[in-house]
Write a protein that binds this ligand. Sequence first.
Ligand SMILES: Cc1cc2nc3c(=O)[nH]c(=O)nc-3n(C[C@H](O)[C@H](O)[C@H](O)COP(=O)(O)OP(=O)(O)OC[C@H]3O[C@@H](n4cnc5c(N)ncnc54)[C@H](O)[C@@H]3O)c2cc1C
Length: 449
Amino acid sequence: MSAESEQQAHHERVGRIVAQIRKMAGTVSAPVKEREGVSHFVPLPGRASSNRPKLNLKELNHILDINVGRMTCTAEPGVTFDELVRETLRFGLIPYTVPELKTITIGGAVSGCSLESMSFQYGGFHDSCLEYEIITGRGEVVQCSPDNRNDSFQMIHGSYGTLGILSLITFKLLPAHPCVQMRNVLFHDFDSFWNYMRERCEQKDVDFIDGIIHAPDRLVVCEGRMVPAEDNLKLSKYDWLSVYYQSTLDKRVDNLALHDYFFRYDAECHWLSRTVPALEYWPVRMLLGNYLLGSTNLIEWSQKLSPLLKWKRRPDVVVDVFIPEHNFVRFFEWYQKDFDYYPLWIVPYRAPRLYPWLSDEHAERMGTSFLIDCAVYGKPNDDPRIDYSELLERKTYELNGIKTLISRNHYDETTFWSIYSRPRYESAKAGLDPDNLFGDLYQKFKPRN
Ligand SMILES: Cc1cc2nc3c(=O)[nH]c(=O)nc-3n(C[C@H](O)[C@H](O)[C@H](O)COP(=O)(O)OP(=O)(O)OC[C@H]3O[C@@H](n4cnc5c(N)ncnc54)[C@H](O)[C@@H]3O)c2cc1C
């Protein structure tokens, strides 16, 4: 298809969504955004969406343009990172930030959250975005960039679809080599682990960095450098029989193709596959891997089984919290003593600046835009005396951090709006969704159980 016909087809797809929105205006509140594939929100009891009206966004999954000269890409929000990386790699280019699960979409990454092992240099995916096309709550199509409606442009990240519908995103690309040479540096105490990781982040002498705390005395910094493909480079794969996160304890060096590196955690959905212990044995993986492994399969299974969650006291804790770098030591001291669940995934995240959706008071308390993402994936939460999800939220607040909203939330309204900037959110709402078709951010995530 020529560039003009791509554009024309995009306008027609957007037109069909505009028509749905105009029909809904004034009669509907907070429609469910339907798209192809799975959502990376933790299925929770009591959050049924089946009775709510649906806004069909399924058509918005095309890459319109990869501009090699300018090193930019323009794509619709339903494009997954797996598809995106395959396409951009054909031109020797990659996005600045590639979340580790294959079917996270670029729209979900901008509206929700996204970071990974390049985030110590480049922040989140939204930090590489140059322009958004947004369909407002009144069905107008507007362009937002730093030079045009900058306030709306800045507020879209982390608004979780409550300000408008992203219909097109233009973002920057980076030149890449096709392989990654990894070093898994093992430490036996937290201080050495953290000093080493902090130094790499400051020196910026690696392309990728994240960490896996397997236990308080087994902490691994996983660092990687992009390298050209060479004939004698033996490449590992972690999409079937071998388990990536376990390999970081056993292998001090490793090499992966770049695409496999980006999605190295996908087969296990980090380590959520451990909820089915047999899945870590290779005969089971050999027989059932096609049906059960991979974040999409695992999330689909957990959605099918979610009615069973109501028999559990509470769902397992699955959440990322961002701790200001200077409070990370205090956080881990507490975590070891009171939380004690491993592996704990550590991703250094240097945002280019503190985001305007944070309240001025919380931003001041944070005092830095260098954050440490501590990702807790799968802590059982059945103790009648302690709700670990709530405990983690409280500790994060006490240490002036931010909790992502991807699973259970416990904030009362006052606390929530002491972290998020209500005046700036309301101003963006007035500009993009004055009749509140898409619902309010706090109402979307307020405690439900
Ligand atoms: C188990 C698990 C593991 C995770 N691992 C990682 C990881 O390794 N790296 C990482 O970066 N993140 C990770 N995440 C977080 C994930 O990136 C975020 O939850 C992200 O927002 C998911 O995007 P999605 O494409 O699945 O979109 P969805 O979950 O479908 O949507 C996310 C939000 O964006 C809104 N939205 C979606 N499309 C649009 C649109 N077109 N316009 C407006 N609003 C829209 C939705 O309403 C929703 O509020 C993980 C989450 C889970 C549950």
